[in-house]
Design a protein around this ligand. Structure first.
Ligand code: R5P
Length: 288
C-alpha cells in the first residue's frame, strides 16, 4: 500500500509511514503564476492520501480534487483520505437563509471519488459524518495526549467556551477526573462579534482551569473565555486547542491571558506540542 502526501505534510507522512510500513511518495505539485494548480500521481489501485489543507485551503482543496480524480482515472478503487484539519467544517448548518452547508458540499465532492474513509482530527462537530453516505468518517480526538499535557498543572475544572465544545470538555474532564462546564457564546452572524456568559452559577475562585476548543483562529473565543474564567476567580487558565491558525494579533491576545497553550501539529506552529501522527497512524491502520 502506498501513501501519497502533500509536500506540506512531510512532517506527518514520515512517522505515519514509518509506523505502518507504507511506501511514502510526495504528490508532484505545481503552482502556476495565474493561481492555477496541477498535481501528478502514480497509478495505484489502493492508496492512502495525506492532504494538509491549511493554509491556502481553497488552493489545496483544488489540488485534492485533482489528485483524487487522477487516482480514480488511473484505476484506484479505494482511497483512505487523511485530512488532519478539515476546513469549511464550521459552516455545518445554515446560519442565515440562502447559505450552503459548506461542509456537506465538501463531503459531497469527496464522495464522487473512491474515498472509502476520511480520517480527520477533531472535526468541528462529530455529526458531520452523517452528511455523507457510503464514506466512513473517522474523527480522531487526541484526548489522552491533552490530558498528559495539562495533568501537571493540577487542573480543577475543564471548561469549553461554548456548548458546541462541551463533548471535548467532557472527554478531557473524564480523563482528568475533574468536573466540567461551559460558557454560552453568542455570535452576531452579520458582524462576527461574540458575547459570552457563564452557563449558570460557576465558582472558579482559586481554581486552575483547562479550556478546550477545536479551532483557534483570531483567538477571540479563547481569550474571551479565559478573561471570563479569570473574572470568576480562576487562578490559572491552560488551553488545549486542536487546530491553531493564530490569525492577526492572536498571539498577543493569548499571551495577555492564557498561562499555557497546547495545540496539535495538524497546523504546525510554535504551540504544536501535541503530536498526532501516532493517533493518525493508528486510525489508518484500523481501516486498512
Ligand atoms: C467555533 O465554533 C469554533 O469552535 C471556535 O471556537 C472558533 O472558530 C474560534 O474562532 P476565533 O479564534 O476567531 O474566536
Amino acid at each position: 500500500m502506498r501513501l501519497y502526501y502533500f509536500k506540506n505534510a512531510e512532517d506527518l507522512a514520515k512517522p505515519i509511514t514509518g509506523a505502518l510500513g507504507l511506501d511514502a511518495r510526495p504528490l508532484e505539485e505545481r503552482d502556476f503564476p495565474d493561481g492555477e494548480v496541477l498535481v501528478r500521481v502514480e497509478p495505484a489501485r489502493e492508496a492512502v492520501l495525506l492532504a494538509r489543507l491549511y493554509p491556502d485551503v481553497n488552493k489545496n482543496l483544488v489540488k485534492l480534487l485533482l489528485a483524487l480524480d487522477a487516482l480514480s482515472d488511473y484505476g484506484a478503487d479505494r482511497v483512505v483520505l487523511v485530512v488532519p484539519y478539515l476546513p469549511y467544517a464550521r459552516q455545518d448548518r445554515r446560519f442565515r437563509e440562502g447559505e450552503p452547508i459548506s461542509v456537506k458540499t465538501m463531503l459531497a465532492h469527496l464522495r464522487r471519488y473512491p474515498v472509502s474513509h476520511l480520517v480527520a482530527v477533531d472535526l468541528h462537530k462529530p455529526y458531520i459524518g452523517d452528511y455523507v453516505a457510503g464514506m466512513h468518517v473517522v474523527n480522531v480526538y487526541p484526548a489522552e495526549r491533552y490530558a498528559n499535557a495539562v495533568r501537571r498543572w493540577g487542573v480543577d475544572v475543564v471548561l469549553s467556551p461554548d456548548a458546541g465544545s462541551l463533548h471535548r470538555a467532557s472527554t478531557l474532564a473524564g480523563l482528568l477526573e475533574v468536573p466540567y462546564d461551559h460558557f454560552e457564546k453568542f455570535r452576531d452572524r452579520e458582524t462576527g462579534e461574540i458575547y459570552m456568559k457563564p452557563s449558570g452559577a460557576m465558582n472558579l475562585q482559586g481554581k486552575a482551569v483547562a479550556l478546550v476548543d477545536d479551532i483557534l483562529a483570531t483567538g477571540g473565543t479563547l481569550v474571551d473565555a479565559c478573561k471570563n474564567a479569570k473574572l470568576l476567580g480562576a487562578s490559572a487558565v491552560y488551553a488545549v486547542v486542536s487546530h491553531c491558525q493564530l490569525l492577526g494579533n492572536a498571539r498577543e491576545k493569548i499571551r495577555g491571558c492564557v498561562n499555557a497553550l497546547y495545540c496539535t501539529n495538524t497546523i504546525p506552529c510554535e504551540y504544536s506540542n501535541v503530536d498526532v501522527s501516532e493517533d493518525l497512524a493508528r486510525a489508518i491502520s484500523a481501516v486498512l
